[in-house]
Design a protein around this ligand. Structure first.
Ligand SMILES: [Zn+2]
Length: 170
């Protein structure tokens, strides 16, 4: 099945009345090196479905890549980013396992895990693939939040401070 593809030398050339993915912009889908934009309409529909399901922002480290930019960043020769159907999602606000499950439900077939760089690669290639190192058991932020009890801050006796918190005695 051939997906509907459109390519532009610069993302600003995409006709905005045809842009149907409200949570994403041509700029953020464009090649980070050249500003060129290729859009795979089916993959974008999957991405918007994922965004709708998650109900929170998706920050992309990388979407479409021009061949030159792909070489520069050391992307695979047959990278799905070259075909505008791969997205690297920053994990600053997502649990990787939840995100992967939701992405699969939204129609993505393939997943690359990058715990050190803290992103998840997803794409819609025909033959599913999976690679990368496993993510640690719990996201670091969560682990920290549960481990550290709220510290009670010692405070000076009230009488020694005025209403602005300044200490009265000189
Ligand atoms: Zn990727």
């Amino acid at each position: 099945m051939n997906s509907h593809l459109q390519k532009f030398d610069h993302y600003s050339l995409f006709p905005l009345d045809e842009w149907r993915w409200p949570n994403f912009s041509p700029l953020e889908m464009a090649c980070r090196g050249s500003g060129a934009l290729m859009v795979d309409f089916d993959a974008m529909d999957c991405l918007q479905a994922l965004r709708d399901d998650l109900g929170k922002p998706i920050y992309l480290n990388s979407a479409y890549r021009s061949p030159e930019h792909n070489r520069r960043v050391g992307g695979a020769e047959q990278s799905q980013h070259l075909r505008a159907r791969a997205y690297d999602i920053n994990l600053r606000n997502h649990d990787p396992r939840q995100l992967e499950a939701a992405a699969q439900k939204a129609g993505f077939s393939s997943f690359g895990t990058y715990p050190k760089q803290n992103f998840l690669h997803i794409d819609t290639r025909e033959q599913p693939a999976r690679w990368g190192e496993p993510f640690p058991a719990a996201p670091p932020q969560e682990a920290q939040a549960t481990r550290q009890p709220k510290a009670s801050r010692p405070s000076l006796p009230r009488s020694r401070r005025d209403r602005w918190g300044r200490i009265r005695s000189r």
